[in-house]
Design a protein around this ligand. Structure first.
Ligand code: UDP
Length: 249
């Protein structure tokens, strides 16, 4: 069977589902769905911080257990899948997948909606994406600050007929919003993209390529924002638990 025809294998990392995909497989699945998936094909990112938050109950489980694609967004998750299952996947960073999807949308004619971040960041990210991917059609955009549960935003998104929706509200807000509203949305693909609009707009700098290649993006983010230590403290605990699980098997 060609790798393109093989179904995506879903594995379990410390009780959290993750799909054993690389960028090519993730894009292929999203491309197929963008041609008219109903209900929408939901893509969420899984990294060690989220695995930990899910285990502690700080993130709801349903959005993850019901989503169609769970990308291995952190190098810790890639390493865990390799160690526990012997599957050689590579990291699919949510920020990279979003840009690849925009590039695909520009060539295929899918329109996109950008939902999330501050008004200024959202507007600037839309401008940069249109410039970077000639032909990309941004059907609509909206900042991520709203009153109530934000379900009225569904009508706004449906009205502009977008095919792909990027939700950038951060965790766990975006996972909750996507889980609650996906059934009423008429888009075909939804991706939760966290702080990606901030990096596209240039408000937050992404790690230099050398850090990304060495799988040290987490270290760069820690250096420029030491407060992240509170979130990253889970990394050694995650690695330890995975090792214990590997030995147990
Ligand atoms: N955000 C938003 N609405 C909110 C809270 C946050 O649109 O009510 C946006 C915020 O402006 C930022 C993103 O969500 O663009 C969160 O970024 P962060 O890097 O914290 O997300 P992560 O990827 O770590 O989940």
């Amino acid at each position: 069977m060609r790798s393109a025809d093989r179904p995506i294998q879903r594995v379990d990392v410390l009780g959290v589902p993750v799909d054993a995909v690389d960028m090519e497989a993730a894009l292929r699945a999203a491309d197929r769905a963008a041609q008219g998936s109903r209900p929408p094909f939901r893509i969420l990112a899984v990294n060690p911080e989220k695995v930990w938050a899910l285990r502690r109950g700080a993130l709801p489980r349903e959005p993850f257990s019901t989503s169609e694609l769970l990308i291995p967004d952190g190098i810790g998750v890639v390493w865990a899948v390799r160690l526990l299952y012997g599957i050689r996947i590579s990291r699919v960073a949510g920020a990279d997948l979003m840009q690849e999807l925009c590039s695909l949308a520009a060539t295929r004619g899918y329109s996109v909606f950008l939902f999330g971040a501050t008004e200024e960041v959202n507007r600037e990210a839309a401008r940069i994406l249109e410039q970077r991917y000639p032909g990309l059609r941004i059907a609509g955009r909206r900042n991520g600050y709203f009153e109530g549960d934000g379900s009225d935003i569904v009508n706004e998104i449906n009205a502009c007929g977008a095919n792909i929706l990027f939700v950038a509200l951060g965790s766990p807000k975006q996972e909750r919003w996507i889980f609650r509203n996906a059934p009423r949305l008429s888009v075909s693909v939804i991706q939760g993209v966290g702080g990606t609009l901030d990096t596209i707009s240039g408000r937050v700098r992404r790690a230099p390529v050398i850090f990304q290649r060495m799988h040290l993006e987490w270290l760069y983010r820690l250096i420029i924002d030491p407060r992240r230590i509170r979130r990253q403290i889970v990394l050694p605990a995650f690695a330890w638990k995975v090792l214990i699980e590997w030995l147990r098997r």
